[in-house]
Design a protein around this ligand. Structure first.
Ligand code: CA
Length: 231
């Protein structure tokens, strides 16, 4: 890491916001902050941030809407959502809208810093990537996250392409959800919600790449073992 990474933190609870600013400044980041959704969205769309930490419950505009609007404009912008612990629905909505990761409140600061580093590392890996992923007759442009040889181009999230890339490099065998969580998400240990997020992403991917997502031909389930990509 040469230049300081610039983070945007959108969080309306003063104490949490100040705590996060202190932690990330301590870890060598340049930090910008917004205390409500309106300012948060404005900054997110105009600033140039390495990563955005986005609370869900915010005054004026909620975090999901912000995430959605960022994705409309920029498929690559790394985003981590801060969600309420009890709300699995929030987590799933956030991931469905294209957040790269989420962390549940109350969170451990150490874990949050780790996740931020992990998402940043992945996004840097992809910066100079310019490869075409071939699955059956489909060609997906990894840099632009879009299927290219089709009349109705379909777009992918960064995470979805990371999953496809990982399965593609290991296409001779099934890959377990735990292995995907470890290699694609960077998680060391998985809990039940995390395991479910893998299934949610697989379901979304099937709707994009399969003719009939209920009877997948490419992204198949190997019972008791995991998922395999038949290329
Ligand atoms: Ca809040």
């Amino acid at each position: 890491m040469n230049a300081k990474h610039k983070l945007l933190i959108v969080e309306d609870e003063q104490a949490i916001l100040q705590g996060l600013i202190d932690v990330f400044v301590f870890h060598g980041f340049e930090v910008d902050a917004a205390e409500n959704g309106k300012i948060g969205l404005e900054k997110a769309l105009t600033g140039n941030y390495a990563l955005i930490l986005l609370d869900v419950m915010l005054p004026f505009i909620d975090g999901f809407t912000i995430c959605n609007k960022i994705r409309d404009q920029d498929k690559q912008q790394p985003i981590i959502m801060l969600t309420a612990k009890s709300s699995e629905e929030d987590i799933i909505t956030g991931l469905t809208l294209g957040a790269d990761d989420y962390i549940a409140k109350p969170f451990s600061v150490r874990e949050l810093v780790l996740r931020v580093h992990c998402v940043l590392k992945r996004s840097q890996l992809h910066e100079h990537e310019n490869s075409i992923l071939q699955i059956g007759p489909m060609q997906i442009d990894s840099a632009n996250l879009i299927q290219i040889n089709t009349n109705q181009p379909c777009t992918f999230s960064r995470r979805e392409l990371d999953i496809l890339n990982y399965l593609h490099s290991n296409s001779q065998r099934p890959v377990s959800r735990e292995e995907l969580l470890q290699h694609v998400w960077g998680y060391q240990q998985a809990d039940a919600i995390e395991t479910r997020t893998v299934d949610i992403h697989i379901a979304k991917l099937r709707r994009k790449i399969e003719i009939d997502s209920k009877q997948p031909q490419y992204l198949v389930t190997i019972r008791g073992e995991g998922y395999q990509l038949l290329t």
